[in-house]
Design a protein around this ligand. Structure first.
Ligand SMILES: *Cc1c(COP(=O)(O)O)cnc(C)c1O
Length: 352
């Protein structure tokens, strides 16, 4: 068999390794579990799962539309926002075209672009932050997409509304700017962009959100994109009819109304963040302030070794060999109990 040329340098995705019994702080899921409202809705729905799902996801689109004050035809639903990245690349990438993003960001942007024969250009970061001006400088005649992740996975850092607006002004109208806000529900910074308000003036902007993180539905796979109806129409051409399963649609429609759960999760995350900052500071470990539910830090131990030792003793985290750091890891902020265990094991690893 002769593989397509553009797939030659792609490798199958390797999921974070897990160990039975170990606490999972590796993938930024909600450590409180799924939204209780979503669980109840799914239980009630089971007898209906012999029916094909709604291919247009109307119920959930209506709820998203009213939550964000947009129209249903500004929304596309995906089997996770990962799938929306594929729609985007499928609609706008081909051989000879390129996409621009930053180094040290979500790997699925590169995957999607390469799958559809495009090339990717990476701007450097500065102190683990996106440099939007450097990203803008890489945009050329063949650039069709820019991918921004805010707050960024894996560094947890963010750019402000002012920075984003200045950036958008400089980007040509025919370049799609994809703003991935998978962790937006965790943000507390006052100057974080109100991105949906920018859609009116910037028809080339698309905002991605997901039910996988805050709402605790990662296993069901539901995410969505919001953009100008013309872009949504382009993307719909690449979507297979029943991409979001019926159980996921029911769960997401219930979860989006579960304000109590969101509130509880936010409070836990803020407490956990403060505790971990204090501990890392006490141990003299460099870390970056986060606007999400994970923290990027350097332990001083080679990251694969740290990963293995922490897993063997009871916690899985993500080793992060990037940005020239050999010793960086990303850890999900857990419950107070999870965080205390993590700190105990980290101290043991470091001989403290
Ligand atoms: C987790 C995550 C997603 C969401 O993925 P889903 O496919 O919706 O589960 C998207 N972008 C980033 C940066 C993420 O970390």
């Amino acid at each position: 068999m002769k593989l397509r040329e553009s797939l030659a340098d792609l490798k199958p995705y390797i999921a974070g390794k897990l160990k039975e019994g170990a606490i999972k702080l590796a993938s930024n899921e909600n450590v409180l579990g799924p939204s209780p409202k979503a669980m109840a809705a799914v239980r009630n729905f089971i007898s209906e799962m012999y029916l094909y799902p709604d291919s247009n996801c109307e119920k959930i689109k209506e709820k998203i539309a009213s939550k964000w004050n947009v129209a249903p035809d500004n929304i596309i639903m995906g089997n996770g926002s990962d799938e929306i990245l594929l729609f985007i690349a499928g609609a706008y990438m081909e051989k000879g075209r390129n996409a621009v993003t930053s180094e040290a960001t979500f790997s699925e942007y590169t995957f999607a672009v390469k799958l559809f024969n495009g090339a990717v250009k990476y701007a450097p970061m500065k102190d683990c932050r996106f440099q939007l001006d450097k990203i803008g400088e890489l945009v050329d005649q063949n650039t069709h997409i820019v991918f921004l992740c805010n707050p960024n996975n894996p560094t947890g850092t963010y750019f402000t509304g002012t920075e984003l607006e200045a950036f958008l002004k400089k980007i040509p109208d025919d370049v799609l700017v994809v703003l991935d806000e998978a962790y937006c529900e965790y943000v507390t910074a006052r100057d974080f962009p109100e991105s949906l308000k920018l859609l009116k003036d910037h028809k080339n902007l698309m905002v991605l959100k997901t039910f996988s993180k805050m709402y605790g539905l990662a296993g069901l796979r539901v995410g969505y994109g919001i953009a100008d109806a013309g872009i949504i129409n382009d993307l719909m051409k690449t979507k297979e009819p029943f991409n979001v399963n019926a159980v996921a649609q029911v769960a997401a429609a219930a979860a989006i109304e579960d304000e109590d759960f969101v509130q509880k999760t936010r409070e836990m995350n803020e407490k956990g963040k403060a505790y971990l900052y204090e501990q890392f500071t006490g141990m003299n470990l460099p870390f970056w302030k986060t606007e999400s539910n994970f923290i990027f830090l350097r332990t001083g131990v080679e990251c694969m070794k740290a990963f293995q030792k922490l897993m063997d003793t009871g916690v899985t985290i993500r080793p992060m060999k990037l940005l020239g750091f050999e010793d960086a890891i990303r850890v999900t902020i857990g419950t107070q109990e999870d965080n205390e265990l993590f700190i105990r094991l980290l101290k043991k690893l470091l001989g403290k």
